[in-house]
Design a protein around this ligand. Structure first.
Ligand SMILES: *Cc1c(COP(=O)(O)O)cnc(C)c1O
Length: 378
């Protein structure tokens, strides 16, 4: 099949696999040979690579990105009576982690330009949670679609109130903010290696990054059933949350080509933006920030019509996210800031994510651009 007739994929995991299949086969074979499927040598090796890549002092792998959030919240002793501030416009896992620990997710709004948490909305929510007899405990800063949030503004408010900062970097692994890689911001950062994330494995996986020695030690214990110093010595309630050795072996090979993939994503995003500027609202990056481009998300007024027209012309596009968390049935009983989360509501009606992966050819990109422009004119 020629490059011109190859259909455009929303995310193309097969193209990447084709490129490194021999390395992946060897990596998996090595695990099958040594047979240490749980916490085998590749797990530690991958964590060392993660530390080098991010600059973080500690990287602790775990079963998935949701558990990564839970591990940090558990290590901080978060539970009933604690307010955990989360943006309304995010993936459900951000609020699910505090909710399942009995804490109260407190919804705040996001900014229209970056889709990330609005510091003034957060500030107001801190005041309001006290009126509900909740203790302001943690803010979860989501780097939506790969762009790091305004961490300095959030950290300043959080520090003055004794609130811990947890960065949900599930979508932003590899992105940077003012020279700092994701993993170095907040009191702790989490990420996900779900297959469709920028760095994905072939199953579930996640990690926590922190510079805090004590926190790292507690998380290491929690992910292994709350283990103490000796085997079958359990000093706290924990979880069973480990990254499989096979997934670690796969991730080592994928991380080796990740810098190049990040560059490709950046070039594609720039090319999209150059071509689409003036036709629709293209993504806006804050100064000093780079995105890992988990998604390339535009805003369009007649979203359903454009989405359908693209589909008809063979271009896949996805709506992340159609329902903000304040309007999700499972989360209706949790509080939101009194100034409301109307930017989140408005974004949910307008967002549309275009095909984005490092192996999108220029002709694929041109097709997306052409068909989108036609869809917008209709
Ligand atoms: C994917 C995602 C998660 C959860 O990651 P899993 O590995 O699927 O558990 C958490 N937060 C955000 C923002 C995500 O996009």
């Amino acid at each position: 099949m020629s490059e011109y007739s190859a259909p455009t994929q929303f995310i193309d995991l097969a193209a990447q696999q084709k490129l490194i299949r021999p390395q992946l086969d060897l990596a998996i074979s090595r695990v099958l040979d040594h047979g240490q499927y749980i916490m085998g040598p590749e797990v530690k090796e991958f964590e060392d690579h993660l530390c080098k890549f991010t600059g973080a002092k500690h990287a602790l792998s775990c079963a998935n990105g949701t558990d990564a959030l839970t591990l940090v919240l558990m290590a901080w002793g978060i539970g009933p009576g604690d307010a955990v501030f989360v943006p309304s416009f995010t993936y459900v896992a951000t609020a699910e982690a505090p909710a399942q620990l009995g804490a109260t997710p407190f919804f705040v709004d996001v900014l229209e330009n970056t889709f990330n948490i609005d510091p003034s909305s957060f500030k107001q929510a801190v005041v309001e949670c006290r009126k509900l007899d909740l203790k302001p405990a943690v803010v979860i800063v989501v780097d939506l679609f790969g762009q790091p949030a305004n961490i300095d503004a959030i950290t300043e408010i959080a520090n003055s109130e004794g609130i811990k900062v947890l960065v949900d970097g599930a979508q932003s692994f590899g992105a940077e903010s003012h020279g700092r890689r994701v993993g170095l911001m907040g009191d702790a950062t989490t990420t996900s290696f779900f297959p469709a994330k920028p760095l994905g494995c072939y199953g579930d996986g996640g990690a926590v990054f922190t510079d805090d020695d004590e926190l790292a030690e507690i998380i290491n214990s929690i992910r292994l059933h709350g283990k103490g110093g000796q085997k079958y010595d359990n000093v706290r309630i924990g979880l069973n949350s480990r990254l499989d050795t096979i997934q670690a072996a796969i991730l080592i090979e994928k991380l080796a080509i990740y810098e190049g993939e990040l560059e490709a994503r950046q070039m594609i995003a720039q090319r999209y933006s150059n071509a689409l500027d003036g036709f629709c609202q293209t993504p806006i990056l804050s100064p000093g920030v780079s995105s890992s481009w988990a998604q390339y998300t535009i805003l369009v007024n007649d979203r359903e019509k454009v989405h359908a027209a693209l589909k008809q012309s063979g271009i896949p596009s996805v709506i992340y996210y159609p329902i903000p968390l304040t309007r999700q049935l499972g989360y209706l009983n949790y509080p939101q800031v009194s100034s409301l989360t109307s930017v989140s509501d408005a974004l949910a009606k307008k967002v549309l994510s275009l095909p984005m992966h490092p192996y999108l050819t220029e002709s694929n990109q041109d097709q997306v651009i052409l068909k989108l422009k036609l869809a917008l004119e209709k």
